[in-house]
Each structure stands twice: as structure tokens, then as C-alpha cells.
Write a protein that binds this ligand. Structure first.
Ligand code: PEP
Ligand code: MG
Length: 580
């Protein structure tokens, strides 16, 4: 019997809950589950295909090394020299070729098993130098496997039910292809609190730990894991004692979740009677059950772009109309805010024309992309109008940086309305147009913008990113992503003031809205509508019901006078933490 060593990993818990179960490793998937036998006549061709991939990988890493040497420094570039050397390592290459010939299996499968073997031997030495070498080895092998996979067209991922997904990182297009019933949690090497793994996990009420650095190097498909999304911990090969302890933790967590469910039908009202509206953010119509279960008062943000991801053709108008109608019908008279396509940045859709960009977050994304390709905008506006026939349609434009984009969008809306009318299609009773405030320029011009639109919605994930110039998905600067930075608070305060002056509602729909402490700070700053992942509504409501508005306003006013994010955070914890 093999006794397996228990490994402990600490990361960032971005979605609470405890689950135990088998791992499904995304990186190793192609190598391990797509092994296939070769006919004798195919073997030499496979060896050639492998050698070709090795050669292409060598060219890639040499080129990367050169670029890094130019742009960063020689020390960083040396990593790629080491990778190039690994790609000529006879132990690695010859063993793979021998394996392909003897086992008559495809190159990816053999190469990954050889990599695993060598990687484990290196890691077992227990010396940091060798463990680093094993990281390089995995890195370089993934590159080769990627090249091999491109040649043979890998389609789709079949995840066994009950799996904990383990991956380097999960982009929105990958998460879009999972089914809720297959997975119980997410574990990733990279990612931060507002990465899409985090957003998705919260939306699905599944625990997730991100920022674990090298966990994919240790975990194999089927390995037993404990995932504690509340504490940010992952345990590989746990002992029976640990399993028993965490099973109990899982029961307790679920009990607490049920208590939250009891709050479902109670209003989000402060002790002194101020009513706050709590709505849900959704990515898919599949989340509607959860929305209802948490007692959301509407959909404050429907990220419609997810409907365009994880597919190989653009959705038709009819397909879209059906999806949008499902959501509208399920929500009855409650408002549903449809955000128009927000692709670009880290949200990639294979069906939309998007060029590679050096700074995708600052590039042709969201409304900019739609205005550059108005056919895309119309492809979405038409089914939205059709789905909301006879009802109110709330449209939200992402990434607005000034007034021109609002005017241009209105013009397209007008054209679409006329076109539909000439086709005899029934139109919405009313179209309310809102904008996301997520770029500092829009926040600074909020008074002018508020006069032009029907509502405002502050996307704090991007507002923090753009105000502080901190890439929201870059772990290296994760510690600089401070929602409590005074500059951010002042911008939010400015937007609320502008919205109030113009009589236009202001919602916060970024991740800040679903964090208990931050939500109370936002309320103190004047926000009366919050939209968040459905599973966060309960804890936020419980906190709101235990505080007085007077106290929150006083605290928020005091925090606006502080000068650093750390000072704000400390004061927030000391003052708001005491209230509930
Ligand atoms: C935001 O930026 O805060 C937001 C809600 O939009 P997304 O996270 O989808 O970019
Ligand atoms: Mg955004």
C-alpha cells in the first residue's frame, strides 16, 4: 500500500464553504485522459510530431527569453534559458521517444507521464533548488503539450461529477463550459478576489481558493482533496482525522447557510428604518433558483457576455431572446438589469472579432468594442427589446468613459427601435438606460452623466483597477488592490452625490457590495442599492438589520477624512466591526 504524504496549501479563500472530494486537474486533462493507442505504422510519425513540438517550444522560449531580456532584465530572462536547456534534456526527450515507441501511445500522454515522474523525483529531494527545477519542468512541459494539442484539436472537457476543479487559472471561457452539477469547488494557482474564478464560484455558491501558486504541480486527477474556501486552505491526501474534522466543518457551514435562508423573506432595513435594496448579479439563467432562494429583489447585474462565451458561433437573436425572456419571466415584476456585452480584458469570446492587444484592459473592450462593431450591439439590442416586449427594459452600458459613448449607444437604440417597429415587432413599454461607473473619468463626470441616463451602477472591481492602476487579475499586485483607498471612496461618494442631485438611482454591483464590512461602508456613503452574488445577500442583509444608519453615516464621514487605505481599513474594522 502506498502511504501518501499530506500536503497543505494556503491561498486566498474567495468563496466560502467546505468540500471534500476528488480533484479534476485542468492542465493534465489532455495528457491523461486523452491517451490513445497508435498503429505500428503511426509510431514514427508520432515521434516526429513530438520532436517538432519540442523544436517549436524551444523557438518560443528562446524568443521569450530575448523579449524578457530586452524588456525586463537578464536575470528574469535566464529562466527561459533554463527552459531551453530542459527542452534538449536527453533524459526527458529520449525517455518520451522510447515510451512512444514501446507503449505505442500518443506523445502528450507519454510526455506528461515522463514529466510527472521526473518532477516527482525532483520534488521528493526536498531541496528548494530541485523543487524550483520541477516547476520549470512542468512549465516547459505544459508549453509542449499545448503545442501538441493545437495540432490535434482538443474539444471540450468531460468533468466527472463531484469534482473539485484544480487549474492554473480559470478564465471566463473555461468556467463557462462547466456544469454546476459536475463540480463542487475551485482551486487555482493564480487569481485574486475579483478574478472570474472568484466571481463564478460565488455565483454558483461553491467554495474556491485561488492564488495557490503551484498546486497544479502536486495534484493529480482523482487525488482526494479538502477545500476550505472560508479559510483559504487546501489539503491534499488528508488523514482520516482531518477528513472527519472537515466533514463536521462542512455540516456547520451548511447549517449557517440555512440560518441565512431564514432571512430570505425579511427586508434589508436598518434598525432606524432605512430600507436598502439588495439585488443579485448573475452570469447565467441557471442561477435563477439561487436568486430566488436568497430573496434578491431583482437582478442588479446580468453579465450577458457569458452567453457569448464557451461557444464556437455567435448566439442567434432567437437563442438570446429565449435566454433573456427566461430571466425576465422568472423575475416577474422585479427589475432585471441587462448589461450589454462586456468582453475584452480577461473575458475572451472566440466568436467575437478581437485582436491581440498589449494592454487588453485598456483596449478595445466592452462598449468600445460594440461601438466599433455596431452589428454586435444590434445583435444584442434586438433580442433584448423583443424579450422585454410590453415590459420595462433596463439596459446597462459597461466601461463608459464619457458622454459620447452614451449618445452613440442611444443612437443605435433608436435605430433598432425603428427597425423593430417597421417589422411590426412589439416593443418594451419603456427602455431605461444606465451606465457602469468603472472608469475614473466617468466618476469625475458623474453629474453630467447622471443627467443623460436613467440610472448609474458603480463597478468597483474595475473602478479600483483603473483608479489605482492595479491589474485586477495580477497576483503580484494583488496587495495593492485596495477598495478602501481614499481615492476610491471619494469617487464613490462623488457618484452617489451626483446621482442624488439628479434624482437617479445609484447601485454598487462590484465585489465590494457583497463584502459585509464594505457594504456597510457603502451604505454609510449614501448607497441604497447593492447588487452581489446571490449567496452573499444573506450575510449582508443580516448585518444591515443590526445597524443604525445614523452610525454608518457618521463612520463613513470620518473615514472620508483619512489619507491611506490602511488607515481606512483599520478604522473600518474597529468602528463598523463593532456594530454587528
Ligand atoms: C465591476 O467592474 O465591478 C463589475 C461589476 O463588472 P465586471 O466584474 O464584470 O467587470
Ligand atoms: Mg467591470
Amino acid at each position: 500500500m502506498t502511504i501518501r504524504r499530506t500536503f497543505f496549501f494556503d491561498g486566498l479563500g474567495v468563496s466560502g464553504g467546505v468540500v471534500l472530494g476528488p480533484a479534476f486537474v485542468i492542465e493534465t486533462h489532455g495528457a491523461e485522459s486523452e491517451s490513445h493507442s497508435l498503429a505500428a505504422s503511426e509510431v514514427e510519425q508520432e515521434v516526429e510530431r513530438f520532436q517538432d513540438a519540442i523544436e517549436r517550444a524551444r523557438v518560443e522560449v528562446t524568443e521569450l527569453g530575448r523579449t524578457v531580456a530586452e524588456r525586463i532584465d537578464a536575470q528574469q530572462a535566464a529562466i527561459f534559458d533554463a527552459h531551453a536547456v530542459l527542452l534538449t534534456d536527453p533524459h526527458l526527450i529520449n525517455r518520451t521517444i522510447k515510451g512512444i515507441r514501446e507503449e505505442r501511445k500518443n506523445a502528450e500522454f507519454i510526455f506528461w507521464s515522463v514529466t510527472r515522474d521526473i518532477g516527482e523525483q525532483l520534488a521528493a529531494i526536498g531541496d528548494s533548488y530541485f523543487s524550483e527545477r520541477s516547476h520549470d519542468l512542468y512549465d516547459v512541459s505544459r508549453r509542449v503539450i499545448k503545442l501538441l494539442r493545437n495540432q490535434q484539436n482538443n474539444d471540450g472537457v468531460a468533468v466527472p461529477p463531484g469534482s473539485i476543479i484544480v487549474a492554473n487559472d480559470l478564465g471566463p471561457s473555461e468556467t463557462a463550459q462547466f456544469h454546476r452539477e459536475q463540480i463542487t469547488g475551485f482551486v487555482t494557482n493564480s487569481g485574486g478576489p475579483t478574478s472570474h474564478t472568484a466571481i463564478m464560484a460565488k455565483a454558483l455558491s461553491l467554495p474556491a481558493v485561488v492564488g495557490l501558486d503551484y498546486i497544479t504541480h502536486y495534484v493529480r486527477n482523482g487525488d482526494f482533496l479538502i477545500l476550505d474556501g472560508t479559510q483559504g486552505k487546501v489539503i491534499l491526501h488528508p488523514t482520516q482525522q482531518m477528513i472527519d474534522f472537515y466533514r463536521e466543518q462542512a455540516v456547520q457551514f451548511n447549517r449557517e447557510r440555512e440560518t441565512m435562508a431564514e432571512l430570505r423573506s425579511l427586508p434589508a432595513e436598518t434598525l432606524d428604518g432605512v430600507r436598502i435594496t439588495l439585488e443579485a448579479n448573475i452570469e447565467f439563467a441557471e442561477e435563477l433558483d439561487l436568486v430566488a432562494a436568497q430573496g434578491a429583489e431583482g437582478i442588479g447585474l446580468y453579465r450577458t457576455e457569458f452567453f457569448f462565451m464557451g461557444r464556437d458561433k455567435l448566439p442567434t437573436e432567437d437563442e438570446q431572446e429565449e435566454a433573456y425572456s427566461t430571466v425576465l419571466k422568472a423575475m416577474g415584476d422585479a427589475p432585471v438589469v441587462f448589461r450589454t456585452l462586456d468582453v475584452g480584458g480577461d473575458k475572451i469570446s472566440m466568436t467575437i472579432p478581437m485582436a491581440a492587444e498589449n494592454n487588453p484592459f485598456l483596449g478595445l473592450r466592452a462598449i468600445r468594442l460594440c461601438l466599433a462593431h455596431p452589428e454586435l450591439l444590434r445583435l444584442q439590442l434586438r433580442p433584448l427589446m423583443r424579450a422585454a416586449a410590453g415590459k420595462k427594459l433596463h439596459l446597462l452600458i459597461p466601461m463608459v468613459c464619457g458622454l459620447e459613448e452614451i449618445a452613440q449607444t442611444r443612437e443605435h437604440l433608436r435605430e433598432v427601435r425603428e427597425q423593430l417597429m417597421s417589422e411590426g415587432t412589439q416593443l418594451p413599454k419603456e427602455v431605461l438606460l444606465g451606465v457602469m461607473i468603472e472608469i475614473p473619468s466617468a466618476a469625475l463626470q458623474a453629474d453630467m452623466i447622471a443627467r443623460e441616463v436613467d440610472f448609474l451602477s458603480i463597478g468597483t472591481n474595475d473602478l479600483v483597477q483603473y483608479t489605482l492602476a492595479v491589474d485586477r487579475v495580477n497576483k503580484m499586485v494583488g496587495h495593492l488592490f485596495n477598495e478602501t483607498h481614499p481615492a476610491v471612496l471619494h469617487l464613490i461618494h462623488r457618484v452617489v452625490t451626483a446621482g442624488n442631485a439628479a434624482g437617479k438611482p445609484v447601485t454598487v454591483c462590484g465585489e465590494m457590495a457583497g463584502d459585509v464590512m464594505h457594504s456597510l461602508l457603502l451604505i454609510g456613503l449614501g448607497i441604497r442599492r447593492l447588487s452581489m452574488s446571490p449567496s452573499l445577500i444573506g450575510p449582508v442583509k443580516r448585518a444591515i438589520r443590526s445597524v443604525e444608519m445614523k452610525a454608518l453615516e457618521k463612520i463613513a464621514a470620518g473615514l472620508l477624512c483619512l489619507s491611506t487605505a490602511q488607515e481606512v481599513r483599520t478604522a473600518l474594522q474597529a468602528q463598523i466591526g463593532n456594530l454587528f
